[in-house]
Design a protein around this ligand. Structure first.
Ligand SMILES: C[S@@+](CC[C@H](N)C(=O)[O-])C[C@H]1O[C@@H](n2cnc3c(N)ncnc32)[C@H](O)[C@@H]1O
Length: 210
């Protein structure tokens, strides 16, 4: 058994038949756009259901693939809002189109802008905050997210394995350091129970106690 076989197995058990999600996955395959993919998407759905989240703030939403998983969870939790935030107008518009085709746009609020600044401006609190922005921004994103999270809520961060670079002590580039720093901010905070799920490129999951 090796890493790729395990990842493929998780992908296999994360299959779905949603035609729009499948189209979005196809687009990522063709263009190389870095969506979370169906295995991590399903984990996001599961965690959002488990904490019964009604409000989700998503940082770095792209054309709405991860947003769709969060919006399905919020819908299935009885309704609420997912904040889609990306600084690119075209991606925001395309996310709107995709989510409206899925009948999920009523659960999504779209903001074109820098995600950390947008979250800072929002009153919150949010039951779930998902971080998938440019990696150098992770420590600041975590700092702001901590202040905006409901007690009992969760922070999910994508790419915390950074394709294995976090395991290599010789890697001292600022991006790897930022990811490791953000991870430690949550791991060492006694207000959070934090672990890493080794799905795809690694999802850090931190639950705020109390
Ligand atoms: C990794 S992709 C998001 C993929 C998305 N979460 C998904 O799985 O479908 C990150 C996106 O957020 C944008 N982005 C990166 N840093 C950002 C920031 N600080 N504020 C707003 N958007 C950002 C990128 O340009 C890109 O479109």
């Amino acid at each position: 058994m090796n890493w790729d076989q395990v990842q493929q197995y998780v992908l296999n058990i994360s299959s779905h038949n949603d035609p729009v999600l499948l189209e979005m996955e196809k687009e990522a395959e063709i263009t190389g756009f870095p969506i979370v993919g169906k295995a991590a998407g399903k984990v996001c759905y599961l965690l959002t259901r488990l904490v019964k989240a009604k409000s989700v703030f998503e940082m770095g939403s792209g054309y709405g693939y991860s947003t769709a998983w969060f919006a399905m969870a919020v819908r299935d939790n009885g309704g609420g809002i997912v904040h889609h935030t990306v600084w690119d107008e075209t991606l925001s518009r395309r996310a709107r189109e995709y989510l409206s085709r899925m009948g999920l746009d009523r659960y999504v609020s779209f903001t074109v802008g820098e995600a950390i600044a947008t979250l800072r401006r929002m009153k919150g609190p949010f039951d779930c905050i998902f971080i998938d922005i440019d990696k150098d921004g992770y420590p600041e994103a975590v700092e702001v997210a901590k202040d905006k999270l409901t007690p009992g809520g969760i922070i999910i961060i994508d790419n915390v394995l950074w394709h294995g670079r976090v395991l290599d002590g010789a890697q001292r580039d600022p991006t790897t350091e930022a990811i490791k720093g953000a991870t430690q901010m949550l791991v060492q905070d006694p207000l959070y129970i934090t672990t890493l799920l080794p799905i795809r490129d690694g999802l850090l999951v931190a639950a705020k106690i109390g």
